[in-house]
Design a protein around this ligand. Structure first.
Ligand code: ATP
Length: 760
């Protein structure tokens, strides 16, 4: 806590100076943003309005005969024309400037009078101490408040003493007057006697007294001469003084100030701009409190920090003003600060009654951010378990990294705002981790995810009902996989679920990330299965909805996560249970606050997050993220991220790079294929009857058995499957072989494990 010792000489002034210095030096960190470049000189061309002047159609010497009707028409035209002329004159820029000038200087005098009266009042009462106490209290500086309280007590006691002295004053004054007169007369008399003796002239005895009387007479004469002009000009001088006080303080309403002082557009943010903006928000208690504060409200503000392409400042509101009231007036606050609404972000930090404002440099948010690290760093590797995906930068310009392990994700936004691109960037990063398996369903199907061919094990692309059915089956297969994993975990006796170690090493527990882009189409699908259950909808019988719910409920612990991208959320295309099941919730621009609440939750929106305030088209790729996965300051419910755009071509290049590093993946287009594939059983089926079979032979037979699945298989694929079940290939006579007995034993063991497992 700041403790400010108070000096003896004019302590109030010292404290004011300190507060001022605190705000202007430490607060600004000695740095003021030069926004001058961003502020193009603004000139408003004012075309002079041409008056339409009435032109009589007469020729010299000719007196026209005018009918009464035409006369009245002429008069009407004249009246109209002069009316227009008057309006033009009144609304003319020069007239306005002149009116503003007169009003301004008149108001300087008026407000100056107020300031002087207030100073006089404060000089005689303890109100200034009271105000300083309130300011210090509001700033949480309780020790400073106590010092002011002590000073107020000292002031009151001194004032009491002065008043008591005043009561006794007439008596003392009378005594002093009598004593003074007697002493003065005696002194003049003595002086006169001394003079008389020296001059040998008795008349000199009264000479000093007469001189004094003469001096008094001259003073009266001078005063009577000066009095007239003084009375005549005094009030004018007084007014000049008041005008000067008002002028120095700039004490006039904004509308009366000259244009260059009135517009704060793009101005660097200073404490006084912030306080004035808050004061003029239209919140009466805030206005009154700021007006009553000794430091004009500066004590409300924390340091103004440079934060990326803007500044950040905390304002502690006086009691009686809620943070919600300020949040509701976001647009007005932005305008008062000389910014557009999208350039001001408000959040509620942990400290009580505090609003955190991030204010962009004018126009800075319209500048593009650099390319993604995935594009610029060809050596990049990823570890889903402990690593974090680079996604973009926050408003401070700091890199934002997203922790994705065992987290369901949801990203929403209006169409064509960067949903697919931002989701794809995360999937590309995840694919860099060789342990990650991706299964992707894209219900737009225009090739946005085509680069995952050979990288994802399942890639379903298309907008039809058949594609929704295939994607639903993809999720249902994941539900089945979850059940298999539960059985395996039970059989293994694991006590800590799937650890990162198991996730990395054991393919049975490898992380599976299912991606469904344009998920709204799945919820809206009217198709029904053979059992009559609908694929779409949000009923308990809806297959897509129920599969999503099951994955949301249990998938995380089983290392199976779901990432969904969805457009223009409604209760129908993004049901409450689905949106609330995601750990990370991100939203690009959405149309309304209601949609923002659907996208990122009430808590984030109540805390100031406002994806509905982003600009459609202009803020493409800017997401507001809530939930875990991204580091937030304590108490902060959401953060705004400008994601790096990875265009399709770049995404393809990154995917190719990853493919060259990872083992070959066979990408299937329908889940049935996946379900039917049982590599261990297939290996057993192609083994020789003898005790050993060469791996090369097994690979060949597998490729013949199911070219779609095993056509691309190489030795590592075979090894991975066999190692996982304890039947790893070994060397015999210098060649790699597979032992039939071991494979059959592994198959039998698996059957036993499955039989013992509890699937429900
Ligand atoms: N991070 C970004 N920065 C700048 N521009 C972006 C960014 N992301 C996307 N865009 C622009 O937005 C366009 C649309 O992106 P994308 O296809 O990802 O949007 P979408 O929200 O998935 O669209 P839809 O919902 O219609 O499928 C891109 O072609 C690109 O021009």
């Amino acid at each position: 806590m700041n403790h400010h010792p108070i000096g003896d000489n004019d302590p109030e002034r010292e404290l004011f100076a300190r507060l001022e210095a605190q705000l202007n030096s430490s607060a600004m960190g000695g740095e003021i943003l030069d926004l001058g470049k961003a502020r193009a000189a603004r000139t408003t061309p004012h075309d002079l309005v041409q008056d339409s002047v009435y032109q009589p159609t007469t020729t010299p010497g000719h007196v026209p005969t005018v009918s009464p009707r035409r006369l009245s028409e002429g008069r009407a035209a004249w009246v109209r024309s002069s009316g227009r002329a008057v309006r033009t004159a009144v609304t003319h820029d020069h007239t306005r400037k002149a009116a503003r000038l007169v009003a301004r200087h008149g108001l300087f005098t008026l407000y100056g009078g107020g300031i002087v009266a207030r100073r006089a009042w404060e000089g005689r009462t303890a109100s200034r101490y009271e105000r300083m106490m309130r300011t210090a209290e509001a700033a949480g500086q309780h020790d400073v408040a106590m010092e002011w309280e002590m000073r107020a007590a000292a002031f009151r006691s001194a004032r009491h003493q002065r008043r008591m002295d005043l009561v006794m004053a007439p008596q003392r004054l009378a005594k002093s007057a009598v004593a003074g007169t007697l002493a003065g007369s005696g002194f003049l008399l003595l002086l006169g006697i001394a003079l008389a003796i020296a001059e040998h002239n008795i008349a000199e005895v009264v000479a000093p007294t007469m001189t004094l009387i003469e001096v008094v007479r001259w003073i009266v004469v001078v005063a009577s001469i000066v009095w007239g002009p003084l009375v005549a000009f005094g009030p004018w001088f007084a007014m000049l003084g008041l005008w000067n006080v008002g002028r120095k303080r700039g004490a006039a309403p904004a509308w009366a100030m000259p244009a260059n002082q009135r517009s704060t557009d793009g101005e660097p943010i200073t404490p006084s701009i912030v306080v004035t903006s808050l004061r003029d928000l239209g919140i009466a208690p805030l206005r009154t409190a700021i007006r009553d504060m000794g430091d004009a409200g500066a004590g409300m503000l924390g340091p103004i920090r440079i934060a990326g392409c803007g500044v950040e400042v905390d304002a502690t509101l006086p009691s009686g003003v809620s943070t919600e009231e300020v949040l509701k007036r976001r647009r007005k606050l932005a305008e008062n600060l000389g910014r557009h609404e999208h350039e001001v972000f408000l959040t509620i930090p942990q400290a009580a009654r505090t609003v955190r404002m991030w204010i962009a440099d004018s126009g800075a948010l319209d500048e593009p951010i650099g390319p993604s690290a995935l594009v610029t760093d060809p050596e990049m590797v990823a570890d889903l378990h402990g690593g974090r995906a680079p996604w973009g930068q926050d408003l401070r310009g700091d890199l934002v990294l997203l922790s994705l392990w065992q987290r369901h994700l949801l990203i929403t936004g209006l169409s064509n705002q960067g949903k697919t691109a931002s989701l794809r960037a995360l999937a590309l990063w995840a694919a860099m981790d060789p342990s990650v398996e991706l299964r992707i369903g894209d219900l737009k199907g225009v090739g946005d995810w085509a680069m995952f061919q050979g990288l994802a094990t399942l890639l379903i692309q298309g907008p039809t009902d058949e594609d929704v059915i295939a994607i639903t089956e993809m999720l249902e297969e994941l539900v089945a996989e979850m059940e298999r994993r539960i059985a395996l975990l039970k059989a293994s006796g694991a006590t800590d679920g799937i650890t990162p170690e198991m996730s990395r090493k054991d393919p049975r527990f490898r992380p599976i990330i299912a991606v469904v882009d344009e998920a709204q189409a799945a919820f809206m699908c009217p198709a029904k299965g053979e059992d009559g259950r609908p694929y779409g909808g949000t009923k308990a019988t809806s297959r897509y909805f129920m599969a999503v719910r099951k994955i949301h409920n249990q998938g995380r612990a089983l290392n199976i996560t779901l990432w969904e991208g969805t457009q223009d959320p409604t209760n129908e295309n993004l049901p409450k249970l689905v949106r609330e099941g995601a750990h990370i919730r991100a939203s690009l621009v959405v149309g309304t606050e209601e949609q923002a609440r659907m996208a990122i939750g009430d808590k984030a929106v109540d805390g100031g997050a406002a994806p509905h305030k982003l600009r459609q088209g202009l803020d493409k790729g800017t997401v507001v993220v809530a939930g875990d996965g991204v580091k937030l300051a304590p108490g902060q419910a959401a953060t705004t991220i400008r994601t790096n755009f990875i265009a399709g071509q770049d995404a393809t290049a990154i995917a190719d790079r990853i493919k060259s590093r990872r083992e070959t993946v066979t990408t299937l287009t329908a889940v049935q294929d996946t379900v039917q594939v049982d590599p261990l059983a297939d290996i057993a089926a192609v083994l020789d009857e003898g005790p050993r079979t060469r791996t090369q032979v097994v690979l060949l037979r597998l490729a013949q058995h199911n070219p779609g699945v095993y056509g691309q298989w190489a030795f590592p694929d075979l090894k991975q499957v066999l190692e996982a079940c304890g039947a790893a290939p070994h060397k015999s006579d210098g060649q790699m072989v597979i032992a039939r007995a071991k494979v059959l034993e592994a198959l039998a063991q698996r059957t036993t494990d499955t039989a013992n497992g509890d699937f429900e």
